[in-house]
Ligand binder design. Structure first.
Ligand code: ADP
Ligand code: ZN
Length: 681
């Protein structure tokens, strides 16, 4: 496979294969039928792109989304690879170019939407141009029971039979039913060679937090990540609009997105997100399927997802380029109630509902986990050999206490009131509060009245939330959400089992820490990284392509850290292949070598001081917001000396910033600048 190693280095610019890639590339190149199951971001495109280059003839790639195809084609062309797409979005010139490439034999990869297969003439055409391999992306779209079913995918089996060439199928969906369906529909039931790659995404930091002023929690999280692309998932359409506005008011670039929007508006939002650097999209789960942006740096859930699979898929959109990415998932009793009632009131048959409750339970177990989230998450996918150190519970282990007595008191309060009440009233009973409801119902006569005074209201709320999380109690829709005990609670009630609860979610409920900002590089390299990003942004805008098509974040981080000073050294950076070296090598070398020499005199004065790095962050924020939070306003910027003054403010507040920048600039940049200053000091 030395040919493959050279290609990997020279064309794709990668140092080595990611785990699992090499075996797949070898099998596909050798002409075996294959089914590869790889997590999103695992690098599956390479597994058909390399074989396409190593084999004679043309590889047809069937993919469900036009936008993604166009992106991949552009990225391949940027690498100097002959690739084209036949889609309904083509201009006549693009289509002509594809035909010319096919005739001249220079086209190695032909991307096609499955709908194209409906035209009878297509198969003949593919036969004529010498197709020697079929690659199927998102192969789970053949599954009739899955949520992404595409009827035209059913034509692929026929195509394989007619062309009689090997087929390489790829998907990120793990469940065995879907796999069986893929084998049936694409391979006529003859099992292909299967590759199952692990589900760990080690570069994604996992974190959960109990809701406590959720809007502020999200704003906090976002403010620690200014200028980075992110997604906030919300449970309702209305919430996406409100939260997007709140983020804009806080000085971010933010858009909302949901299934109720006009198709045009949705496409615009998708395109802007794909194209622009540092945009936040606040969306319902409708946002995602069409998104193939490798440099999404964070994903936050303003509401709990519906199942552990949904959670995995949604956070999995972050950090596909392998660079560090962060997630935060908020959850509270209302989420649990909502998700339970959605299952109970849904139209699914009873056994399906039981399974859905179990999938929700798995997610709640993750939310209330007592140790490493990653170990807990991967256990669900049957992976037990896990190293982490990259989740909130590995960062700060939780304190656990024996919650058996508390849980028994809570259960007792429930049972003595015949399971007709919600947590609020039950807590009043436990605390011995004298409310009207207690008086009316005579609940002060209960033996459990006032037996829970060792905890306050917030602490009891955390106990009830964890009881719901452990599925000891469930809200009953038929009783207006009153809590009812499940069989899982019986051993605890009878004194046959004990239960550990997290202390931190009780205490953290009271005090919120501001999230620490995770820097992508050391302080020393940060200014160079932002200069490299600025160069990338300029080149991307000029070429009208997304920034990552030029170089992805990981490549820029490596440049900032290794500081190559010649084209040779530059060629050794991951992601810098021959074509990109030729096109962009000099431009980025100039930034690296010129960074020290050309430092603005005002900035140079700050070199080596804390204000220096603050200055660089301010400048980056300024670039992001130069056209306003929605990107459509008149460009505005601050001079270097103004920025230096702001960077050196001792007691930063908006008034002080306004005294330096004046009203207009403060309106645009003030809150974002203040954030940078407060995080720094
Ligand atoms: P997916 O499996 O989700 O389709 P992609 O094929 O889009 O993933 O790859 C995700 C990212 O990983 C891309 O940015 C790609 O350039 C990068 N990548 C793929 N293979 C390698 C490799 N061997 N070394 C470094 N980066 C890689
Ligand atoms: Zn961990």
């Amino acid at each position: 496979m030395s040919g493959a190693a050279t290609l990997l280095r020279d064309v794709f610019g990668f140092d080595g294969f990611r785990p699992g890639q090499q075996e797949i590339v070898e099998a596909v190149t050798a002409g075996e039928n294959t089914l590869s199951i790889m997590p999103t971001g695992g690098g599956k495109s390479l597994c058909f792109q390399m074989p396409a280059l190593l084999r004679d003839g043309v590889t047809v790639v069937i993919s469900p989304l036009i936008a993604l195809m166009r992106d991949q084609v552009r990225a391949l062309q940027e690498l100097g690879v002959g690739a084209g797409a036949l889609t309904s979005g083509n201009t006549p010139e693009e289509t002509d170019a594809v035909w010319e490439g096919l005739e001249a034999g220079t086209l190695k990869l032909l991307y096609m939407a499955p709908e194209r297969l409906a035209a009878g003439s297509v198969t003949g055409m593919l036969k004529r141009v010498g197709v020697s391999l079929i690659a199927v992306d998102e192969a789970h779209c053949v599954s009739q029971w899955g949520h992404d079913f595409r009827p035209d995918y059913l034509r692929i089996g026929e195509l394989r039979r007619t062309l009689d060439v090997p087929l390489a199928a790829f998907t990120a969906t793990a469940d065995t039913e879907t796999q069986a369906e893929i084998v049936q529909k694409l391979f006529d039931g003859v099992p292909p060679r299967a590759f199952l790659r692990g589900f760990d995404r080690p570069n994604i930091h996992l974190a959960f937090a109990a809701k406590n002023g959720p809007r502020a929690q999200i704003l906090n999280f976002a403010s620690g990540r200014r200028g980075q692309s992110g997604i906030v998932y919300c449970g309702t359409r209305a919430k996406t609009e409100g939260l997007a506005k709140a983020l804009r008011d806080d000085g971010h670039l933010a858009l909302h997105y949901h299934g109720g929007m006009e198709a045009d508006d949705r496409r615009t939002a998708e395109r802007r997100f794909q194209q622009e650097d540092g945009l936040i999209v606040v969306a319902t789960v409708a946002f995602g399927m069409g998104i193939d942006k490798p440099d999404i740096r964070w994903v936050a859930h303003a509401d709990l997802p519906k199942s552990i699979e949904a959670y995995y898929q949604e956070i999995g959109r972050a950090g596909r380029d392998g660079a560090p990415a962060e997630t935060l998932t908020l959850f509270g009793p209302d989420d649990i109630r909502l998700r339970r009632s959605q299952i109970d009131e849904g139209l699914a048959p009873p056994e399906r509902r039981v399974a859905d409750h179990a999938r929700l339970n798995a997610l709640l177990g993750l939310a209330e986990a007592l140790a490493c989230r990653r170990a807990n998450l991967l256990k669900y996918f049957d992976e037990t050999d896990v190293t982490c150190g990259n989740c909130d519970l590995c960062d700060t282990p939780v304190e656990v206490f024996d919650g058996t007595t508390a849980v028994r008191k809570a259960l007792s309060a429930m049972l003595r009131t015949e399971e007709w009440f919600g947590a609020g009233h039950l807590i009043d009973i436990l605390l011995g509060n004298e409310t009207d409801k207690i008086r009316e119902r005579g609940h002060s006569d209960l033996p459990t009245y006032g037996v829970g005074k060792e905890y306050d209201k917030r602490e009891w709320q955390a106990v009830f939330r964890q009881m719901m999380g452990h599925d000891l109690v469930r809200p009953d829709a038929a009783r207006h959400g009153a809590l009812r005990m499940t069989d899982a609670a019986l051993p605890i009630l009878r004194g046959e089992a004990s239960i550990s609860l997290r202390r931190d979610s009780i205490r953290a409920a009271a005090s919120q820490r501001r999230p620490a900002v995770k820097a992508m590089v050391s302080d020393e390299d940060a200014p160079l990284l932002s200069a490299l990003k600025a160069k990338r942004r300029g080149l991307a805008e000029a070429a009208k392509v997304p920034a990552y098509i030029i170089f992805n974040d990981r490549t820029l981080i490596e440049m900032a850290e290794k500081r190559p000073d010649t084209l040779d050294a530059m060629a050794r950076i991951g992601g810098v292949g021959a074509k990109k070296l030729e096109n962009f090598g000099d431009a980025f070398l100039e930034v690296i070598n010129g960074a020290a020499a050309e430092m603005h005199p005002t900035r140079r004065k700050l070199a080596g001081r804390a204000a220096g790095s603050v200055f660089d962050q301010l400048r980056e924020v300024q670039t992001t917001l130069s056209r306003g939070a929605d990107g459509g306003e008149k460009p505005l910027s601050c001079s270097t000396s103004l920025l230096a003054k702001v960077a050196q403010l001792h007691a930063p507040n908006l008034d002080a910033i306004e005294r330096i920048l004046g009203e207009k600039r403060t309106e645009r940049f003030g809150p974002a600048f203040l954030d940078v200053l407060q995080q720094a000091g």
